[in-house]
Design a protein around this ligand. Structure first.
Ligand SMILES: Cc1ncc(COP(=O)(O)O)c(C=O)c1O
Length: 396
């Protein structure tokens, strides 16, 4: 089966798998234990992986907190920072985000805004009544242009005297649009607010330097860069006084500087470290390859008259290609189901499966939502696979 759903998750790299194995067998020590060899080995493996992941984003190892993935990191950072600022800081309690965030950010901000208690039924309380609660925080959701890029002026206009944080995704997971996060970080800082970005779709695919991007916080997962699932990081910027104050997310032991308690998943952390190392070593080569594969795919698609890109601008991450199939009776859900034995495709975010895409809606593509198919490639994708996919799409 051809696999074109790499924005949902990527295959695990063989070297990553090999690196993890010892920590699932003989090296089972708890890194928080002391003195004996298995504990020391586990601790060293965790710290070595931390250094590798930090290097991939230009951070210091002390600035890295391991979590269960980008969703958890985002929850930790936004809720933790807002909580700190409101209850222990200067009382600011407002967060600005965009309409095209991954649900990890979107629903975290909706939760703070009192709009949601459950992901499945956000507007209804346990007794079936629509209810909005006051959690003591506010959120604003800014719009995007037709390419899916967050409108900077809208961010500026949304700033209030109580704005504590701006959170904007770096690369959109449905349409690949790249946001000017450095500029948005600048707006946050000018207004004494912190800046968080979700870099899950950018990690390992483009050089990332947290200092250059001027972000205070970021979130990502290992499983989009050929690493294991269930492991991610929260990057927390430090200055000469250490990490800036933020409320802990999981209370318990002292692991991860007390921000995220619980025994560390050593095998997953080691896998993330290895995946980060490979990504960094091969960055230039893979970027070149990804550009070529993307151009080959886009070029082949452009030969099909009734197919267009949802984001035809050059401001798009290579390898994330979202198309509209302008054909009578074409329905994306039906189509990806029909071809699922031959090819793995998606209609959009795996985390929003079942809902019409709010990202496309925000881009003004509401009428075309049921015609959109997302094609996302990986470092193993071949031109032959692309040719076969294009042949299949011609017959859709
Ligand atoms: C942009 C983005 N953010 C966050 C996530 C959530 O990652 P995870 O499910 O690993 O927590 C994903 C993955 O689906 C993503 O693409």
């Amino acid at each position: 089966m051809m696999y074109f759903d790499n924005s949902a998750t990527s295959p695990i790299d063989e070297e990553v798998y090999e690196a993890m194995l010892p920590y699932l067998s003989e090296e089972y020590g708890n890194p928080s234990s002391k003195y004996y060899t298995k504990a020391v080995n586990a601790k060293e493996a965790v710290e070595s992986a931390r250094a590798k992941v930090a290097k991939l984003i230009g951070a210091n190892p002390e600035e890295i907190v391991f979590t269960a993935g980008a969703t958890e990191s985002t929850n930790f950072i936004i809720k933790g920072y807002l909580d700190y600022r409101k209850y222990y800081g200067d009382g600011r309690n407002h967060v600005i985000t965009s309409l095209v965030e991954h649900k990890a950010t979107l629903n975290t901000c909706k939760y703070l805004n009192g709009e949601i208690y459950s992901n499945n039924d956000p507007t209804t309380n346990l007794f079936g009544k629509k209810k909005r609660v006051d959690r003591g925080f506010e959120a604003n959701f800014v719009g995007v242009d037709s390419t899916g890029a967050v409108i900077i002026e809208e961010v500026e206009k949304s700033i209030k005297s109580n704005t504590a944080m701006i959170s904007v995704i770096y690369v959109n997971n449905e349409v690949g649009t790249i946001n000017d996060i450095k500029k948005i970080a600048g707006i946050a800082h000018k207004n004494n607010a912190a800046f968080h970005t979700d870099i899950t779709q950018a990690l390992g695919k483009m050089p990332i330097d947290v200092r250059d991007l001027e972000c205070d916080y970021l979130s990502c997962s290992a499983h989009k860069i050929y690493g294991p699932k269930g492991i991610g990081i929260a990057y927390l910027k430090s200055d000469k006084y250490g990490i800036k104050p933020i409320s802990a997310f999981i209370h318990g032991g002292e692991q991860e500087q007390g921000f995220r308690a619980g025994t560390l998943a050593v095998h997953d952390i080691v896998g993330f470290g290895k995946a980060a190392d490979i990504a960094l070593q091969n960055m230039q080569k893979e970027q070149k390859r990804l550009t070529e594969v993307d151009q080959y795919l886009v070029n082949a698609l452009s030969m099909i008259d009734d197919i267009e890109l949802t984001n035809p601008s050059s401001n798009r991450m290579n390898g994330i290609v979202s198309i509209i199939v302008n054909r009578d009776n074409f329905n994306n859900e039906r189509y990806i189901k029909k071809v699922c034995d031959d090819v793995a495709l998606s209609t959009g975010s795996a985390c929003s499966a079942g809902d019409p895409s709010y990202v496309l809606d925000a881009m003004g593509l509401r009428d075309k939502v049921s015609r959109v198919v997302r094609i996302t490639v990986n470092k193993y994708t071949t031109k032959k696979e692309i040719d076969d996919l294009v042949t299949l799409l011609k017959q859709a």
